[in-house]
Design a protein around this ligand. Structure first.
Ligand SMILES: *Cc1c(COP(=O)(O)O)cnc(C)c1O
Length: 426
């Protein structure tokens, strides 16, 4: 072996995987089993007491999932990762390690619609209070910090408008407040942005989107950067205090720079239960092998389509950070030099009715609530994903009534442009 550190594309194909030691199988097998035989009683006891690592039961860990975890940790530059059943499950498991009832976390207002719902309603019933801030005005994050703040949550490339968040500026606020920065990196994927390089302490993904990439399997993942000291000030008792579930061990003291990933597994996933199916882990691993190729094509197509729309007479405006002159173009050049992602919005001169009508006339674009598929997708957020918000909140989160969101696939861009052309002129 040479001393060279493997590059991103090599890691996307190989990280975490080895030929199967018993059969020689080269692709990672699907270990479709609920449970694993112990060597003897001592082995079983040491696994249950966290004195040794190994497989017990697929709700807590599985060898197929472990390859996925190691691969995404490598691609993101983290110390360890935990795969779970969905992106939303990842968010619940992360915050459960950080917040006690009555605590607060600060979240950027520009988020996936489902996350806005989860934070506003479901988390409130756990006693976790979200405080919203504006990612375009860093002072709103500074002002939102209180003694009960336990974390800051942002998206790297934000739904629905594809805006780019100034991760470094917000990580400075988090560091000053003594709380971890959580970055949802779903729309960028580590091919475009590696948030840990810019100060993130925890990265979460919906693997359902670009990482899996084919619109066929749900999944989520949590990546621990290993950067945060959980022991200061007793703010994070799940990590710093003795755990009664495990003979009184302290997770930070025992596991050091991957204590957060361990907490998510042995306290979060074990007790809340949103385990990823090994079959889905296999599908997502296969998707990740082509992530660099797909992501570049997604971005190149998106830029061509954004340029086409910007020159179309029926279009009022295009919000794509990859366009020179876009409000987020400077941030895109800094954080995502390979491309500004493939999810963006544009608005129609004809307003709400024109948006609804365009969606119904497109043929190659599928009208559905997903992003990051090989296929191109379209949705009208105001009547669907963001419909629960009032008009002011819709506009603030980038989902005004005239806005249409595209997720550009990897088809031939000429065919996508022709489809948009016929639907816009109809
Ligand atoms: C889809 C999505 C989620 C939620 O992920 P699921 O896998 O659907 O649970 C979270 N954040 C972003 C940015 C997403 O696009």
């Amino acid at each position: 072996m040479s001393d060279r550190l493997p590059g991103f594309s090599t890691l996307a194909v190989h990280a975490g995987a080895q030929p199967d030691p018993t059969t020689g199988a080269r692709a990672t097998p699907i270990y479709q089993t609920t449970s694993f035989v112990f060597n003897d009683a001592d082995h079983a006891a040491s696994l249950f007491g966290l004195q040794s690592f190994g497989n017990i039961y697929t709700r807590i860990g599985n060898p197929t999932n472990a390859v996925l975890e190691e691969r995404v940790a490598a691609l993101e530059g983290g110390t360890a990762a935990l795969a779970v059943a969905s992106g939303h499950a990842a968010q619940v498991v992360v915050l459960q390690q950080l917040l006690q009832p009555g605590d607060e976390f600060i979240a950027a207002r520009k988020l996936y619609g489902g996350s806005i719902n989860q934070f506003t309603h479901a988390f409130k019933s756990f006693g976790w209070n979200v405080v919203w801030a504006d990612p375009d005005d860093i002072t709103t994050f500074e002002r939102a910090v209180s003694p009960r703040t336990k974390a800051i949550f942002i998206e790297s490339i934000a739904n629905p408008g594809g805006s780019i968040t100034d991760i470094e500026a917000i990580s400075t606020v988090a560091r000053k407040a003594g709380v971890p920065l959580i970055v949802d990196n779903t729309l960028a994927s580590p091919y475009l942005i590696r948030p840990i390089d810019h100060g993130a302490d925890i990265v979460v993904h919906s693997l359902t989107k670009f990482l899996g990439g084919h619109g066929n399997s749900l999944g989520g993942i949590i990546v621990d950067a290993g950067t945060f000291d959980w022991s200061t000030g007793g703010k994070y008792p799940m990590l710093s205090e003795p755990r009664p579930e495990y003979h009184g061990i302290r997770l930070q003291e025992t596991f050091g720079n991957f204590a957060f990933a361990i907490a998510c597994r042995v306290l979060g996933l074990r007790d809340l239960g949103p385990a990823l199916s090994p079959f889905n882990a296999f599908m997502i691993l296969t998707g990740i092998e082509t992530l660099p190729l797909r992501m570049q094509k997604h971005c190149d197509n998106a830029k061509a389509i954004a340029e086409f729309l910007a020159g179309h007479p029926a279009v009022a405006s295009v919000s794509y950070a990859g366009l020179p002159g876009d409000k987020y173009n400077q941030l895109a050049r800094k954080y995502a030099p390979r491309g500004a992602g493939a999810v963006f919005t544009f608005s129609l001169k004809g307003g709400y009715d024109a948006g609804v009508s365009l969606v119904s006339k497109l043929q190659l674009f599928s009208h559905l609530a997903n992003v990051g598929d090989t296929r191109s997708l379209v949705i009208h957020p105001a009547s669907t994903t963001h419909s629960q918000l009032d008009d002011a909140a819709k506009i603030k989160s980038g989902a005004g009534p005239d806005v249409v969101r595209l997720s550009i696939g990897i088809e031939d861009k000429e065919d996508l442009i022709a489809d948009l052309e016929q639907a816009l002129s109809a």
